[in-house]
Design a binder for this molecule. Structure first.
Ligand SMILES: Nc1ncnc2c1ncn2[C@@H]1O[C@H](COP(=O)(O)OP(=O)(O)OP(=O)(O)O)[C@@H](O)[C@H]1O
Length: 327
């Protein structure tokens, strides 16, 4: 397989001006400006192969957007090397920019609001030097996949958030970039718009074999779209691997499913937290370090015919990571 994104030990330290309250301090800071350093990313390395769709996840402020900005050439990292399609992103060479797109759910369209969607697409055609034939072919595909027909003659300013996202995707993809950086593409969208965007991403990646790095706070997005996830926290890489491995790596609990030979209900709560129980069967939640002891007790004290040990459902693990910032 060919690696199209190769990141080696990147770091990013922002310098943010420190301003104290009060007029005197504000005037003073004009002369003696003080800065404080914020390390947003520290020594992150990973690679993406051509055609992969990878979820890039982590709690608020973990450094996801910063990393995406570095990969798309918006920011120059303070350390490390990055190779995207053979280019150093922050050199911003035309052949690089023509092959990548960075789309943010919070601001899917950057251009003038007064233009119609079709005019904006034509504008992209000029900037990216797309031939008339390629433009029509690309447009037909995007109009069909994103249901854009009713929006083409509308002004961008008059579009809803979901419509903006669909048009933002079309504007970014009309020049057929090989790599997509999607930062929260379903942010704030309703259920119908979310499912349309998800379907679009799946179909688009299958049809074009584009490589996609995607951040989302909605675990369902990641579960539906990505086989692999890269997890960062406080700017540090914490996990890079299959989706299913996340729950075993990060959850402190395990699920024990026990079936016994008799249709009776023992005192299951003596073994763990009862999630579900019916005569002869129970699902228990047990701390990881107690699994061996509890399993041994179950086997010696009850007529066990089947005992399965599994991880906490992925959705729950990710919710914990995002909401409690606990990794
Ligand atoms: N321009 C900036 N100047 C100073 N600090 C910044 C700047 N941009 C981001 N940061 C800080 O860097 C850290 C990482 O921010 P970043 O936006 O990359 O995180 P994120 O993982 O995308 O977060 P979220 O999920 O909340 O969007 C945060 O502590 C943030 O406050």
């Amino acid at each position: 397989m060919v690696s199209v994104i190769n990141i080696q030990d990147i770091s990013m330290i922002y310098k943010a001006p420190v301003r104290e309250a009060g007029l005197r301090a504000a005037l003073g800071s004009l002369v003696h400006r003080k800065y404080r350093e914020i390390q947003a990313v520290r020594d992150i390395s990973f690679e993406l192969e051509a055609g992969e769709v990878v979820g890039f996840i982590g709690p608020n402020g973990a450094g996801k957007t910063t990393t995406m900005k570095i990969l798309s050439g918006i920011l120059h990292p303070t350390g490390g090397t990055v190779n995207v399609l053979g280019f150093t992103p922050w050199h911003r060479e035309t052949s690089f920019l023509k092959n990548i797109a960075f789309i943010r759910g919070s601001q899917p369209i950057g251009g003038p609001n007064e233009l119609t969607v079709l005019d904006s697409l034509r504008f992209q055609q000029l900037i990216y030097e797309i031939s008339e034939t390629a433009f029509h072919k690309g447009l037909a595909l995007l109009v069909e996949m994103l249901k854009l027909e009713p929006l083409l003659k509308r002004q961008i300013r008059a579009l809803s958030l979901g419509e903006r996202m669909r048009c933002g995707l079309a504007l970014a993809l009309i020049y057929q970039p090989r790599i997509l950086f999607l930062d929260e593409p379903t942010l704030g969208l309703d259920v119908t718009a979310v499912s349309m965007i998800r379907r679009f991403i799946t179909d688009y990646s299958q049809q074009t074999k584009a490589t996609i790095l995607l951040t989302s706070h909605y675990m369902a997005d990641v579960e539906e779209l990505c086989k692999r996830v890269v997890l960062i926290d406080h700017g540090t890489l914490r996990y890079d691997g299959g989706l299913e491995g996340l729950s075993t790596s990060f959850s402190t609990s395990r699920i024990l499913t026990v079936t016994i030979a008799e249709k009776v209900t023992p005192k299951w709560n003596m073994y763990g937290e009862v999630i579900e129980a019916e005569p002869g069967k129970a699902t228990l939640c047990v701390q990881r370090e107690q699994v061996a002891t509890v399993s041994a007790r179950l086997l010696s004290e009850l007529p066990v015919v089947d005992l399965a040990i599994g991880g906490i459902p992925l959705e729950q693990v990710i919710d914990q990571i995002y909401q409690e910032g606990r990794i």
